[in-house]
Design a protein around this ligand. Sequence first.
Ligand code: TIU
Length: 221
Amino acid sequence: MPTITAARPAAYAFDLHTTALLVIDMQRDFLEPGGFGESLGNDVGQLRRTIGPLTALLAGARAAGLTVLHTREGHLPDLSDCPPAKLERGAPSRRIGDPGPNGRILIRGEYGHDIVDELAPLPGEPVIDKPGKGAFYATGLDELLAERNVRSLLVTGVTTEVCVHTTVREANDRGYECLVLADCVGSYFPEFQRVGLDMIAAQGGIFGWVADSMDVLAVLP
Ligand code: TIU
């Protein structure tokens, strides 16, 4: 079984047949100017360092035959799946559903809602559209993973402390063993990146394990 001895807090062993690479919300809305992330006052440049390592990891996972899944955060055009609390929170420069340079902010089917070109899903790779921060809430992800006999998740994407953390917590409670790849997850806040990763591996791996993408690539066939 491939084993990552450099993982924290301890070695992480995974079976290629029961492991999936999960790519969370690598959407233009979070990574490019004019989208949801920027509308919240964030510097989207902070997240772009994840694209290079994630492109390499994606290629390695595909070559090894791992299940690859992508998620996208977003809402129906009529916003019927967006809680008022989410819609009205804060004072963004543009709200969810407002027109922007890449189409309506965080709305399914719009250019800005889709995944960045570098990480475009291949035909046959599931893309899970989710209304929340967690990938299990109001989606069929748990059933999809069960159908494929997936028990371990290599977790990547954005942002570390929001959608990655929420998803890892949801997955951990459902019994999945999550390895978060530090160089393939990004935050708008360097401090949250560091602490977010520490929180996963603390207390004996209370939510999962943390390693780098090179550690995974080194043990893939
Ligand atoms: N704002 C922020 O950091 N993240 C999100 O709103 N969504 C995701 O993390 N995908």
